[in-house]
Design a protein around this ligand. Structure first.
Ligand code: AHM
Ligand code: MG
Length: 343
């Protein structure tokens, strides 16, 4: 029988590489994996809610029915709040930094997460996901504070996501490669299925962007997409277009096939839509660990010093050569002839 590697075993083996490790980071990762199993249980029931008549304010157990994204927020928070690993937590669902409840010990890491990204896709059975980012505590505050959360992505100690799709996968990095695990529902375990993921080279030529916003884009952004589609006559190998509209799912495909995911700035959203700390930075860390890159169009996402918790950023993510191509088009805003004719 081939040896099966559970996520627990993998995390322990990664931890052994650091003799001084206390196990706190490993514990956070285990707890997130456990929370993901609880979230997928509810996500899988989403389509049954109407049939079971649970769309009112209470379900069959007499419990209030909560939106799934708030449920996911709570499940993750309760999984990690008590173990003494974290000093504070930030979630896309909460305005401010959340303190660890006073009855529990404080720890040396800060966790930031988007509990259920793309949750508007639930009703139409499209993949959604959870994204997380972990930083080391840097403040002098005994129980952590905003400073611990507002760190550049390059200082992340771990990041990952869970995609709730045709199967459930958890993908994470602690800075030593990117590893993917698929949930085997029959035994309730995440098993190693994608070891040391690298974005393929050469990558598939896939462009993932909501081009319904074309009329609001900058000239450079329009020229980039025209180029990718072969409209400008300078690209003999046009890209395929794929856009799910669910960041984790679009990124997961980009990681496994190559290509570029973009959520640019536009005249309505000058900073784009996606959040630096909960979405862009963790996925850029994973992309970089897999040989790719994340950029805001001008600089590496991982170099951006955040100034607020829910800050947004334009995002270009995926195969290094395509992210760099995007940067060249955007830098040449006023002078298209300056852009190299890249295939
Ligand atoms: P959300 O955090 O409200 O779920 O929104 C984030 C989602 C991403 O998953 C996706 O990439 C993007 O919004 C899609 O936006 P749009 O519908 O504008 O293309
Ligand atoms: Mg989100």
């Amino acid at each position: 029988m081939t040896s099966v590697i559970t996520i627990e075993r993998h995390i322990i083996e990664q931890e052994r590489r650091f003799p001084a490790a206390t196990g706190a980071l490993s514990n956070i990762l285990y707890e997130i994996a456990l929370a993901a199993k609880m979230i997928v249980r509810e996500v899988n029931k989403a389509g049954l809610v109407d049939i079971l008549g649970e769309t009112g304010t209470t379900n069959v157990h007499g419990e209030a029915v909560r939106k799934l994204d708030l449920y996911a927020h709570d499940v993750i928070f309760k999984a990690v709040d008590h173990g003494g690993m974290l000093c504070c937590i930030a979630s896309e669902e909460e305005e401010d930094v959340i303190q660890i409840p006073s009855q529990f010990p404080s720890g040396k890491y800060a966790l930031l997460y988007d509990p259920l990204d793309g949750s508007s896709n639930i009703d139409v059975n499209v993949s959604i996901g959870t994204i997380f980012s972990i930083h080391r505590k840097i403040s002098e505050q005994p129980r952590g504070c905003l400073e611990d959360c507002l760190q550049p992505g390059s200082r992340q100690v771990a990041a990952g996501y869970v995609v709730y799709g045709s199967s459930t996968m958890l993908v994470y990095t602690t800075g030593a490669g990117v590893h993917g695990f698929t949930l085997d529902p029959s035994i309730g375990e995440f098993l190693l299925s994608h070891e040391d993921i690298r974005i393929p080279t050469p990558p598939q030529r896939i462009c993932s962007v909501n081009d319904g916003h074309y009329s609001r884009w900058s000239p450079g952004q329009r020229r980039l997409v025209d180029h990718m589609k072969g409209i400008d006559g300078a690209n003999p190998a046009p890209f395929s277009s794929r856009y799910i509209g669910s960041l984790v799912a679009d990124f997961h495909r980009t990681l496994l096939y190559g290509g570029i995911f973009m959520y640019p700035a536009d005249s309505k959203s000058p900073q784009g839509k996606l959040r630096l700390l909960y979405e862009a930075a963790p996925l850029a860390f994973i992309a970089a660990q897999a040989g790719g890159r994340g950029s805001d169009g001008q600089q590496d996402i991982l170099d951006i010093q955040p100034t607020s918790l829910h800050q947004r950023t334009p995002l270009y993510l995926g195969s290094r050569e395509f992210v760099e191509l995007a940067e060249r088009f955007l830098a040449a805003e006023g002078e298209p002839e300056a852009v190299a004719q890249t295939s």
